[in-house]
Structure formats: C-alpha cells, structure tokens
Design a protein around this ligand. Structure first.
Ligand SMILES: CCCCCCC[C@@H](O)CC(=O)SCCNC(=O)CCNC(=O)[C@H](O)C(C)(C)COP(=O)(O)OP(=O)(O)OC[C@H]1O[C@@H](n2cnc3c(N)ncnc32)[C@H](O)[C@@H]1OP(=O)(O)O
Length: 298
C-alpha cells in the first residue's frame, strides 16, 4: 500500500439548515423531558439549543463523504465504533440557522487489529462566517488495522488531556434512566447507523441488540455536568471530551460522577448502573465561566 495522503481527505463545506424542530428533536433524543421547557418548547422565553447539538452538523453529509475506504483498505462499516469525541464551542449555537461544515482527517493510527481515525470538523455560521464549533471525531475500526503505517497531525491539547478522576468521592452525581426508545429517537437528529436500530445489523457488529449512539450518551452526560456545575446554562459549555469505553443499551441507567478539577474544569465519568460498566472515561468539560457562576437553569 502506498503512503497515506491525508491532505487529500479535506472535504466540504456542506450546508446544514436546522429549524427549531430539529433543536427540540435533538433535546428529546438526549433525554430532555417536557418539563425542561427551555429545550423542548419553542415558545419558551429562554428557548435555546443544547450546546452539544453542535456535534450533529458532521452527520449531515460530511462524515459520509470522508473516503475511509481509501484510507483503510480493510474498512468495514459494520465494525465501526465511535471511540472518542471532542467538541469545542467557539460561539453560542443558535436555536435555528444554517451551518457550513468542512472536515479533514487529522490522524490515522494502526492499532494492530484495529485502526483509529480522527476526523476534525469546523462548523461556521453560513450568514456571518463565524466559527461556531469544532469537533474531533475518533472512530475505532475493528479489524481494519495491520496496514503498518501511522500518520499524525497536530492535535488540540485539550483533546489529548488524560482527564483522570481523582482518588476521592465525586463532588456531584447525576443519574438518568434512558428510554428503551432512546436510540430510535436520537437517530432522527442525523446518525442513521443501523447499529442503533436494526437487531440483525447489531448482531453482525457483535452485539445482542442495538446499542445507543455514543453521542447520545455524550449529550446526556453534558446535560449532567451543566446541571451540576453551571445551573443548566447552555452557554457555559466551552468544550467537552470523552472516550467511549463501553457500549450502552437503550433503557439502561446512566450515572455521571463528576469532580471539580479547577474553577472551570470538571472531570467526569459515566457509568452504566445496571452492568456497573464505565461507558464514558477520560472525560472532562471546560466551562466558559467558573463553576456556580453561570446564569440560567436547565
Ligand atoms: C467517519 C465515522 C465517524 C464516527 C461515526 C460514529 C457512528 C456511530 O453511530 C457509532 C456509535 O455510536 S458506536 C457506540 C459508541 N461507542 C461504543 O460503544 C464503543 C465502546 N468501546 C468499546 O467497545 C471498546 O473501548 C473498544 C472496542 C472501542 C476498544 O476496546 P479494545 O478492543 O479492548 O481496545 P484495547 O485493547 O483496550 O485498546 C487497543 C488500543 O486502542 C485504544 N483504544 C481503546 N479504546 C479506545 C477508544 N474508545 N477510542 C480510541 N482508542 C481506543 C487503546 O488506547 C489502545 O491503544 P494503544 O495500544 O496505543 O494504547
């Protein structure tokens, strides 16, 4: 196989127009309830998008256009798992609008059996050109390794921080039971991977039944951190990083354990209560304002 030329994988921009309906659908997809009016009722005086809605634009044409099969000859979509996610907010995300998102492959790692691919995306407001959010999406491709090459580009430092929880009880804990239909609802925001809805496909991928989207767990955990440390203020989230360490089945209970590491940094992990497995590890939120000083409520 020849040299992997990552510079050729720069793609986009792709346009995504989203309405208040999309914003509400995402909020319901990450478990918001009717009482959380600010996120599920467009008539609420403080109606807003959850900041983690900013992970969604890459799922509208962008990721599907990354030529993974050119980068990884043994790539098999059924074996793909979401490995890690980093989201950095550059400006508040409006409750509706049009974003332009472009992507490039940042890193390809040969892990022996598996391959890891990191894709960086930038989403800009179509009207102003202002950068709204950047994502780093790490996919773990089971069975696609062994090609004997490794390419790295410069990584954002926050995306590689170890985020190890300290050896003390968590400073805050939030628990939330997901719905049996969580993945069926979440997928309508843009990630239609059959792994999350089709029992036969899930079986081929090695699971007893469809699993929850990693980014659904990620969005739920982000809500937990904002609730515990920022009075639910959606603009308080500056960045969030997590590793998807174990799958989650829809209907399971997620328990987010959080530690305040500095005035603006919260380290967290999210556990599947029923199986006592850590689903999110090496995780942290960087807050825009010191914990406890954010302005509004979830
Ligand atoms: C273009 C497409 C973009 C992405 C689109 C995403 C589409 C979505 O619809 C897909 C999903 O949402 S899938 C659901 C969410 N993800 C998951 O459930 C995965 C859960 N994690 C696992 O099962 C294992 O950690 C597993 C299997 C990931 C790894 O476990 P092991 O095989 O046991 O790995 P291990 O032996 O511990 O480590 C091997 C090397 O890999 C690194 N690594 C481990 N977990 C990683 C992870 N989650 N992400 C990235 N790297 C990871 C280890 O550090 C190790 O590397 P090294 O040898 O260099 O130390």
């Amino acid at each position: 196989m020849g040299e992997l030329d990552l510079s050729k994988t720069e793609i986009g921009p792709f346009s995504w127009s989203y309405s208040e309906r999309d914003t509400i659908l995402y909020a319901l997809g990450v478990g918001c309830h009717r009482e959380e009016q600010r996120y599920v009722f467009e008539g609420h005086s403080d109606f807003a998008a959850l900041p983690t809605l900013a992970v969604i634009p890459p799922y509208h044409d962008v990721l599907a256009s990354v030529p993974l099969q050119d980068v990884l000859p043994k790539y098999n979509p059924a074996m793909l798992l979401h490995g890690e996610q980093y989201l950095e907010m550059k400006a508040p995300l409006k409750a509706s609008g049009r974003l332009l998102t472009s992507a490039r492959v940042l890193e390809v790692q040969d892990k022996g059996k598996a391959a890891v691919v990191v894709i960086h995306t930038t989403s800009k407001c179509a009207d102003s050109g202002e950068v709204v959010a950047e994502n780093e999406i790490t996919s773990f491709m089971r069975g696609a390794g062994g090609f004997g090459q490794q390419r790295r580009a410069q990584r954002q430092p926050a995306a590689v921080a170890p985020n190890k929880p300290p050896q003390r009880k968590p400073d805050a804990v939030v628990e939330e039971r997901t719905s049996e239909d969580q993945a069926a609802l979440y997928r309508l925001s843009g990630d239609y991977n059959p792994l999350h809805i089709d029992p036969e496909f899930a079986g081929i991928a090695g699971f007893d039944r469809p699993i929850l989207h990693g980014l659904c767990t990620f969005g739920i955990a982000a809500k937990h951190v904002l609730k515990a440390f920022a009075q639910g203020d959606p603009e308080a989230l500056k960045s969030i990083k997590a590793r998807f360490a174990k799958h989650v089945f829809p209907g399971e209970t997620l328990r987010t354990e959080m530690w305040q590491d500095s005035p603006t940094k919260v380290i967290f992990q999210t556990r599947v209560v029923e199986r006592d497995e850590l689903a999110l590890t090496f995780a942290a939120v960087e807050l825009a304002t010191p914990a406890g000083q954010a302005k509004s409520r979830l």
